[in-house]
Design a protein around this ligand. Structure first.
Ligand code: GLN
Length: 504
């Protein structure tokens, strides 16, 4: 594995402590590449790194409120089991997991009252792989209840704050995972993305977020929201860190019948600083009226920089983009209404006993689910009901095919598509909470990617005049992760935005 120059810079700021070992006062700031570099030279121990990260959590999480559960004892136990002889790809790396992924014996709430005390008896494939790769679990992060939302304000417990400005939303639904990475309360995190829930919070929090191709990463043990759209992916401080995590979590799984059994490349191998020969498409439909001017300026400047690195920029069309949000909210809510039928007070979590079985179902669901979840169950049940199915669900699936075809056509001409991740920077907490339609529009640029099942990454590409991060989205063809990681890495290194951190 390549040790980036950054690690050397960090080493320069190390100090010799009185035991003769180097220590770094702000170890929690390290990236995966930097931490692994220091650990392999015996200049850092996983235990010292964990101590620094947990001190950071103690100092900051009372104000950021990103963790639902902190797992200090589990991390210590995992660090104790690591053997210096058997170096693994995430050896001793402190990582946080969105609280909709099951970890055996660790409370998994989906930020919902209905699962508040649910302790899964089994492990998700992704966390199992991270465990084998040597990660140390810092905790489970907050989300919009069942991953339905764009701000974490729909969490059944509390709202997470954006580390760049505590009065603003961190995005959602993986707002907790994006906030813990931005605030250095872990070295890397895992999120899930059904319509933008990795990329939009990564954009709002100034970090890297990757939604892989549908099927590249197993969904086994991910609590289902909309099964044909859900994907798990990394949220990290740099693109190279995202590639390292993807190396670990990608791959077919017999426990997820929708996972793809393909050869997984080493995603770090294709990273370079040269984009010669790469064709980047710019879809005119993604630069819309009503989009924040400062976002547009930052994204256009990033595209010029990518051109300067050798890529050829080509204007393209994705004509069915305007229908994506409507189609998504029919398909996602339909699947959600079916997936969430299992929470009945009998099999999982909360039970509110009623006068008979039906009454128990109703009482449990009435008390256990929040407003947005109920809204979506009703919408989805309506769209699937006989007489309406053809008009709504079937139509939405047809639109989905058209959207996928738009991308297929575009990728005959270009290798990567560049767009803004979100039309605005982080909005104020409360600003959109009472207007679900406004909230739904914050994913207008991310949703088509899930409908088409293709991969996309969000990386920081500048700041607005209020000092809030702007995100650039790079979209790839099916299983084209290596290409988008390459473009993202080259841009990240040339532009250097990743070096700017929130002063929290
Ligand atoms: N914000 C979108 C929604 O509310 C996407 C959520 C997600 O990707 N999990 O459905």
């Amino acid at each position: 594995m390549r040790v980036a120059l950054d690690a050397l810079i960090v080493i320069e700021s190390l100090q010799l402590n009185n035991c003769g070992r180097y220590f770094y006062l702000e170890l929690y700031k390290l990236t995966i590449v930097e931490a692994l570099g220091l650990i392999s030279k015996h200049e850092l121990t996983p235990t010292d790194l964990l101590e620094s990260v947990f001190n950071r959590i103690t100092a900051l999480d009372t104000s950021v409120k990103a963790y639902v559960t902190v797992t200090k004892d589990i991390a210590a136990e995992q660090a104790g089991r690591l053997s210096m002889l058997n170096r693994t790809p995430l050896y001793g790396i402190p990582m946080a997991i969105k609280d909709n992924m099951c970890i055996k014996g660790v409370r998994t709430t989906c930020s919902s009252k209905i699962l508040e005390n649910f302790i899964p008896p089994y492990e998700s494939t992704v966390t199992g792989k991270l465990q084998e790769a040597g990660y140390c679990l810092t905790g489970k992060t907050n989300l919009d209840e069942f991953a339905m939302g764009s701000s974490t304000e729909n969490s059944g417990f509390f709202t997470t704050k954006n580390p760049w400005d505590l009065s603003r939303a961190p995005g959602g639904s993986s707002g907790g995972s994006a906030a813990v990475v931005a605030a250095d309360m872990c070295v890397a995190a895992i999120g899930s993305d059904t319509g933008g829930s990795i990329r939009q919070p990564a954009s709002f929090c100034g970090v890297v977020g990757l939604k892989p191709t549908y099927g590249l990463v197993s969904r086994f043990g991910l609590v289902a929201f909309a099964s044909s759209l859900d994907q798990i992916g990394p949220i990290t401080k740099t693109v190279e860190d995202a590639a390292i995590v993807l190396n670990v979590i990608a791959g077919g799984d017999r426990r997820d019948s929708t996972s793809a059994h393909i050869a997984i490349p080493d995603y770090t191998a294709s990273l370079s600083s040269d984009l010669k020969g790469m064709k980047i498409g710019i879809p005119e439909e993604y630069f819309i009226d009503g989009m924040d001017k400062e976002v547009e300026t930052a994204v256009r400047a990033a595209i010029s920089e990518i051109e300067r690195l050798g890529a050829e920029v080509i204007s393209i069309k994705l004509p069915h983009t305007a229908y994506a949000v409507a189609a998504y909210y029919i398909i996602a809510t339909s699947e959600a209404s079916s997936n969430l039928a299992r929470y009945d007070g009998v099999k999982y979590g909360l039970r509110v006993s009623g006068s008979d079985l039906i009454d128990t179902y109703m009482e449990t669901r009435a008390k256990g689910f929040g407003q947005e979840v109920k809204r979506r169950i009703m919408l989805g049940t309506y769209a699937l009901s006989s007489g309406y199915y053809d008009a709504y669900y079937k139509k939405a699936q047809q639109v989905r095919t058209l959207i996928k075809r738009d991308f297929d056509e575009a990728f005959k001409v270009v290798d990567v598509i560049a767009t803004p991740t979100s039309p605005t920077t982080a909005f104020k907490i409360g600003e959109k909470a009472d207007d679900p339609l406004q909230m739904y529009l914050s994913d207008i640029f991310t949703i088509s990617v899930n409908l088409a099942g293709i991969p996309a990454i969000s990386i920081p590409c500048g700041f607005d005049s209020g000092g809030l991060p702007v995100g650039l989205q790079l979209i790839g063809r099916h299983f084209g992760e290596a290409e988008i990681l390459k473009a993202a890495h080259a841009y990240e290194r040339a532009a250097g935005w990743y070096q700017r951190r929130p002063s929290i």
